[in-house]
Design a protein around this ligand. Structure first.
Ligand code: PHE
Length: 450
């Protein structure tokens, strides 16, 4: 069985680093501020924090449990645990792989922008520019006839190059030093943002919860955002879980990753909202929010050119470690299920993504016909995956671990064969069985009701 020769992470730090690499990315720095801005700021933040910590962490642990138990890609994992060649639960695996394709498709659109912005930062395009010019640059770049496509394909090719080399060399090595560097530069940016004239207003928007703003839509957006940001509900962490060693502590790893991911999202908010209020950018600006506020902040800083360049280098890398984890889901599935060579699996996955990805990118052109009822193909892919496929996948995963897998097997995984204390771990099982599925179901229903 291919499972016997599977690659693996070399250490506990390896899992944390690789999972954090998957989790940290555009979801934190680009999508989180977008969603928080569109959904009432502080109210969204509170709901988001609750969901990430209470549902996100146990779901992440559940994916690790499935992955390590089965030592398989998401498609094979359910079959293996069920011990049957066919199982209806495999549908969860299929859902995950389809989701990986769809996310990768629109994610690489924005990933391409980060490459483009890296180029702009290097060329000094932002220095001395006013808000209108910076906004125009965003519109010109994203609406350009071919540049965003070229950047997207370049990003996809970069991802493919790393994934071909396999898990340990490819994924672990890059993340270890670069993620802490990203955190450091974000701290510097925070300090700068906090000194801007609109800081108080921005912080009030981001932290002060107006509970009247919470409705079904806000709940679902927060749920989708937390799943998206933590890379859960679609099998990426089942795949990474399958590379975790027998003696690694997956509970503490999941807690560390959730905390780090949440911290980076909150830092992004502390950077972006004070800046938005200072420069007069609407918090609901959507896709352009991060890409206009950040260059404006850099302009106000001593050494702004160097900081801006370094920031975009690190953002490209943080994004790359996320796209790697998405392509890895596809590559692991194709190699193990269809017995393709790794290289061929990566080529097939990359080409498939490139086709859908192109549609996503072209749909953002101002004159594009690739729209449905006012939404672009890009938005549709984003909503379909984050608001529907990931929460549904997440619900099925916690139901599987909570109710379908044997309790003894789950405890065995959680406690590393009884070598780790059971206390807290019993609580996790309760959350996975009751709290998480009920909460996800309620959020779904509340959103339908309005
Ligand atoms: N979590 C990543 C981010 O925040 C995106 C992602 C989603 C990666 C799903 C893998 C799987 O940028």
């Amino acid at each position: 069985m291919a499972g016997n020769q599977r690659d693996g992470f070399s250490s506990k730090l390896g899992i944390i680093v690789a999972t954090a690499g998957s989790a940290l990315g555009l979801g934190n720095i680009y999508r989180f501020p977008c969603e928080a801005g569109a959904n009432g700021g502080g109210a969204f933040l509170i709901v988001y924090l609750g969901i990430a910590l209470l549902i996100g962490t146990p779901l992440m642990i559940s994916e690790f449990v499935i992955g390590r138990r089965a030592r398989s890609n998401p498609l094979g994992a359910f079959r293996r645990i069920e011990g049957r060649s066919r199982s209806p639960w495999s549908a969860v695996g299929y859902l995950g792989v389809v989701c990986a394709f769809l996310i990768l498709a629109f994610y690489t659109t924005v990933a391409g922008w980060t490459l483009g912005y890296l180029g702009k930062a290097a060329a000094g395009h932002f220095s001395g520019q006013g808000l209108e010019q910076i906004q125009q640059q965003f519109a010109d770049f994203t609406g350009h006839a071919w540049l965003p496509l070229v950047c997207q394909m370049a990003f996809l090719a970069l991802t493919a190059l790393v994934v071909v080399r396999g898990v340990k060399d490819g994924i672990e090595r890059y993340s270890k030093i670069l993620m802490p560097m990203l955190l450091a530069i974000m701290l510097v940016l925070c300090i700068k943002s906090l000194t801007l004239s609109g800081a108080a207003e921005g912080l009030r928007f981001f932290f002060w919860p107006d509970f009247s703003k919470i409705n079904g839509q806000v709940l679902l957006s927060a749920l989708g955002q937390s799943f998206f940001s933590l890379s859960i509900g679609m099998g990426a962490l089942i795949t990474y879980g399958s590379y975790i060693g027998r003696s690694d502590n997956m509970v503490s790893s999941a807690v560390s990753v959730t905390l780090a991911d949440t911290l980076v999202a909150v830092l992004a908010g502390i950077i972006i909202f004070p800046a938005a209020f200072t420069f007069g950018i609407q918090p609901e600006a959507g896709a352009s929010l991060a890409f206009t506020t950040l260059p404006m902040v850099f302009q106000q800083m001593a050494g702004g050119y160097a900081f801006c360049l370094l920031f975009f280098v690190l953002l490209v890398i943080a994004t790359l470690t996320s796209t790697i984890s998405l392509l890895e889901v596809i590559a692991a599935t194709l190699t193990e299920e269809l017995r393709m060579s790794r290289a061929r699996a990566v080529v097939v996955g990359t080409l498939g993504t490139a086709v859908i990805g192109m549609v996503a990118t072209l749909s953002l052109r101002p004159d594009s016909p690739l729209r449905l009822g006012g939404s672009t193909a890009f938005d549709l892919l984003d909503h379909l995956t984050a608001l529907y496929l990931m929460p549904i996948g997440g619900l099925l995963i916690v139901l599987f671990v909570g109710w379908r897998m044997g309790r003894a097997d789950v405890m065995d995984e959680l406690s590393n064969g009884g070598t780790l204390p059971l206390g807290l771990r019993r609580g996790i099982v309760l959350v996975v069985r009751y709290l998480a599925p009920v909460a996800i179901a309620i959020i779904f229903v509340s959103q339908l009701v309005g």
